[in-house]
Ligand binder design. Structure first.
Ligand code: BES
Ligand code: MN
Ligand code: ZN
Length: 498
């Protein structure tokens, strides 16, 4: 989709815009938005409203052709709910309904002229982001691995956003929204790819390609180097797999050389069978999504590369498969992590923390300003929060609380929300082992919290937060597919810091 933004005013009125379609808002009480009134030269639009053909409820639509006195070929009336206060939710449903109609339109180009500055508690930049994200979502294809491609989509390819005003910040908002949407597209593509294609090697090659496209530094550490670094916890997860593990390090040095970087750490299990603690059969295909933390790091890097973010960011991905085999790690095996802490692997299906702990130790060498890890870590997180919020964990001290607040705020800003859950000594106590420094699972209850508490042991030298995206990274059922979350949260978090 090709986007542009333009202010229509008295010198350049919307009624003389040459376009296939203008989408304008109408309200529940039969009130017209300003743009709708501007197009209502001979009363065609008010007449359509009076006829009752459109309710004005958020997301209702009515397509008019040949509206008198204007240049546009069509006008799409879109319900925006109550005129008193345009809610975020109503604006978003109006946008979705509009893009659905645009997808079936016999026109190549269109204008969205919505009240972008009227959304309660939000600004024009948010509205731009909402439209751009929805347009990408509507265009996203999942037929990459089909031999018979889905039919080429007709509909709108060139979208102009009619803004109340266009200044430098407006243009920047549009550019940022497009960068984030492109990042999310990559995250979704990687997530949806089957695990026989999207292997650790494939993730490494994707990182190499990103580095080439956006001039990042990239380093891929191979098994030998990981052994030399004593990443035996990470390697214990990879032990049962024929696919070689890859440890990926990406660097975007957009800030001053001396500035401490933000480090993003992604869980990259390209398939999680559970290992010897084998998972149940039904739905196991969805464990191809167990690399969505890694994919969100790569997607966020694409976004910051597109934006040329003026800040230092390091991305670390620990990528491998979790498979059962004669060489696989067994329940009860004890491994020594890079940090020197020994771990009793009581359940080989609690593998995410085993790869992340070594990646978190590796992060120390960057003297980070903050470290955020992103992982499809626990099924329990879905039980706790459903599919609406990612789980957010941080230490309950000044640095931890501050970082947590930044991430919560960024999530709200982006409509990619997280909710904070607890860690602390009591959860850490659940990880006690008779034979090693730590067990890799807790006593029953609070599995998301004990998983996070496990990670916390390896993060004491810097400000740290953990995002459990088990419930938010993909959708199951008929609409099965990766969501691109939490790329928007992470990108906004970085933008706010830059
Ligand atoms: N990748 C899974 C977590 C997961 C499961 C995410 C289902 C989304 C949907 C993780 O590696 C795992 O298996 N966790 C175990 C931990 C348990 C053994 C303590 C879980 O959640 O069951
Ligand atoms: Mn697992
Ligand atoms: Zn897993």
């Amino acid at each position: 989709m090709d986007f542009s933004i333009k202010a229509y005013d008295t010198k350049n009125p919307i009624l003389s815009a040459k376009t296939g379609c203008v989408a304008v808002a109408v309200y529940e009480n039969k009130k017209l938005s300003a743009a709708a009134s501007a197009l209502d030269q001979h009363g065609d639009i008010s007449a359509a409203l009076k006829s009752g053909d459109i309710s004005g409820k958020a997301g209702s639509t009515l397509l008019l052709r040949g509206v008198a006195g204007i240049t546009a070929a069509r006008v799409l009336l879109v319900g925006m709910g109550s005129a008193d206060a345009v809610s975020e939710k109503n604006f978003a449903s109006a946008v979705h309904a509009t893009l659905k109609c645009f997808g079936q339109l016999g026109s190549n180009d269109a204008i969205i002229a919505f009240p972008m500055t009227d959304v309660k508690g939000r600004d024009q930049a948010w509205a731009i982001g909402c439209i751009v994200t929805a347009a990408h979502e509507a265009q996203f294809r999942t037929d990459g691995q089909k031999s018979r491609k889905d039919p080429e989509r007709s509909g709108v390819k060139k979208l102009t956003l009619a803004a109340d005003f266009v200044d430098a910040r407006t243009r920047q908002s549009l550019a940022q929204a497009q960068a984030i949407a492109r990042g999310m597209d990559l995250t979704k593509e990687l997530g949806n790819l089957s695990a026989n294609v999207c292997t650790p090697t494939y993730l490494a090659n994707t990182a190499r390609k990103l580095a080439k496209d956006y001039k990042f530094d990239v380093e891929i550490l191979e098994r030998k180097q990981l052994e030399a670094l004593k990443m035996c916890s990470f390697l214990s997860v990879s032990a049962g797999s024929e696919e070689p593990p890859k440890f990926i390090v990406l660097k975007h040095m957009g800030g001053k050389k001396s500035d401490a970087p933000v480090v993003l750490v992604g869980k990259g299990i390209t398939f999680d069978t559970g290992g010897i603690s084998l998972k149940a059969g039904p739905g196991m295909d969805e464990m191809k999504y167990d690399m969505c933390g890694a994919a969100s790091v790569l997607g966020t890097f694409r976004a910051i590369g597109e934006m040329g973010l003026a800040m230092n960011v390091v991305g670390i991905i620990a990528a491998c498969e979790n498979m059962p085999s004669g060489r696989a790690t067994k329940p009860g095996d004890i491994v020594t992590s890079m940090a020197g802490l020994t771990i009793e692997v009581l359940n080989t299906d609690a593998e995410g923390r085993l790869v992340l702990c070594d990646a978190l130790t590796y992060a120390e060498r960057f003297n980070p300003a903050a470290v955020v890890d992103i992982a499809t870590l626990t099924g329990a997180c879905i039980v706790a929060l459903g599919h609406h919020n990612s789980g957010l964990f941080a230490r309950d001290d000044d640095a931890g609380n501050h970082l947590a607040q930044e991430l919560l705020d960024a999530g709200k800003q982006a409509g990619d929300t997280a909710w904070r859950l607890p860690i602390g000594e009591l959860y850490n106590d659940q990880l006690k082992s008779n034979f090693a420094d730590l067990g890799n699972i807790g006593s029953p209850g609070g599995a998301s919290c004990t998983a996070a508490a496990f990670l916390e042991n390896f993060t004491r030298s810097y400000a740290w937060a953990h995002l459990d995206i088990a419930g938010t990274a993909w959708k199951s059922g008929g609409a099965k597919g990766a969501t691109g979350r939490p790329v928007a949260l992470l990108s906004n978090f970085l933008l706010n810091r830059a």
